[in-house]
Design a binder for this molecule. Structure first.
Ligand code: PLP
Length: 369
């Protein structure tokens, strides 16, 4: 009988190898220090105040969240200096924002004067200027106007509001995930930065000098040295997935499998054909987000054992004929996309040298409001 280090854990369970997590956090923090760039990690990856505090301990200058609810969870967990990188729209959201701004250092991202008017009302009610970042489109084509004059003019309009402080410009090069070569990825990282620099030039000509220029994704963070060399105006970057990495990041070429801190411990529950087995973790554990790498994930250290299909509670794995796994065996899966796995579980089991050392609560699980 082979030893099962996690015999006490039922499956599926989400594991985080703490030494790998710490190494990932330390490496990115060192790169931030060495390039003189502030690190504001996006915490949507782990949704846990415990890990956010480890990031701050390694030297992060603050954190990023998407939703207000994530920011509330982080603040309740003792984390301050939060960028809510999402337009806060609607009466009740603005009320919640006011409660947060009253007690914590909060920056809000937005891309439109109409959104800023709501933030201005929050500021007016508290008699305090609320700092905002204008979101600029560097090629992902999600939020944000095109860089340069169109974004600059919007920034100037927003800066005219009495209770809003246009603190900076921000962008997220989500299209970096489509890069097909390191050359292309490096180009996207440089143009992500150039989008903010060209916009800041236009606002500066008109008397508005943004304090922060904030770029960020995990793939483009891989080129932070080149970015800062070409564009020293960039002050901050916001990678998120780097805390865990995943099969997508390995496929993109910015991490190796040894850097993947998060795995899903699963049990083989069916072995119906020589080239097929079924694990007890389906889309309710992995999500149906296929990511960018082939399939949905693979067995750790076994890139050929690919999850090719997910049902709600089954992962169908294509294996080489004669593969050793039998019913009852437990295997670790590396997901293509780690962030969505975290949102589907209440706790992560932090492991060290084969033993569970820490139960990490996913404080902001499901906080999509
Ligand atoms: N900043 C923003 C605004 C984002 O939307 C994201 C990811 O969705 C990030 C930073 C972090 O990027 P990544 O997931 O590549 O680490």
């Amino acid at each position: 009988v082979t030893e099962d280090p996690y015999a006490d854990l039922e499956t599926p369970s989400v594991l985080v190898e703490l030494d790998v997590l710490e190494r990932n956090l330390a490496t990115m923090a060192r790169r931030a220090r060495e390039t003189g760039t502030k690190l504001r990690p996006h915490t949507k990856t782990h949704k846990s105040a415990w890990i956010a505090k480890r990031q701050l301990a390694h030297g992060a200058n603050g954190i990023t969240t998407a939703k207000l609810g994530e920011a509330e969870a982080m603040a309740a967990g003792g984390v301050d200096d939060i960028l809510v990188a999402y337009p806060v729209v609607g009466r009740s959201k603005l009320r919640r924002l006011a409660a947060l701004v009253e007690r914590h250092a909060v920056i809000v991202a937005l891309d439109d004067h109409d959104v800023a008017k709501g933030i201005d009302e929050v500021g007016a009610s508290l008699r305090t200027k609320v700092p905002v970042y204008l979101d600029v489109d560097s090629g992902h084509h999600r939020c944000g106007r095109v860089p340069g004059l169109p974004s600059a003019l919007e920034a100037l309009r927003i800066a005219d509001l009495a209770w809003v402080e246009l603190r900076g410009l921000m962008t997220h090069a989500g299209h970096s995930y489509q890069a097909r070569s390191q050359h292309e990825l490096r180009g996207i990282a440089l143009s992500e930065a150039a989008a903010l620099v060209s916009t800041a030039e236009e606002t500066s000509k008109r008397g508005l000098v943004p304090v922060e220029l904030s770029v960020g994704s995990t793939p483009t963070a891989h080129y932070i040295e080149a970015v800062r060399a070409a564009h020293p105006e960039i002050t901050e970057f916001r990678p998120g997935t780097y805390a865990f990495y995943d099969a997508d990041q390995v496929a993109i070429g910015v991490a190796s499998e040894d850097d993947c801190a998060l795995t899903i411990l699963t049990t083989v529950v069916s072995r119906p054909a020589p080239d097929r087995m079924v694990l007890d973790a389906g889309s309710k554990t992995l999500s149906s987000d296929a990511g960018f790498a082939p399939g949905f994930g693979h067995i750790k250290a076994e890139p050929n054992a690919l999850v090719t299909m997910l049902s709600e509670e089954h992962a169908t794995v294509r294996v080489d004929e004669g593969a050793p796994w039998r019913i009852g065996d437990r295997v670790e899966l590396i997901p293509n996309h780690a962030c969505v796995v975290v949102n589907l579980t209440a706790e992560l089991f932090g492991t060290r040298r084969g033993a569970v050392e820490e139960t990490i609560v996913v404080d902001a699980r499901g906080k999509t409001r």
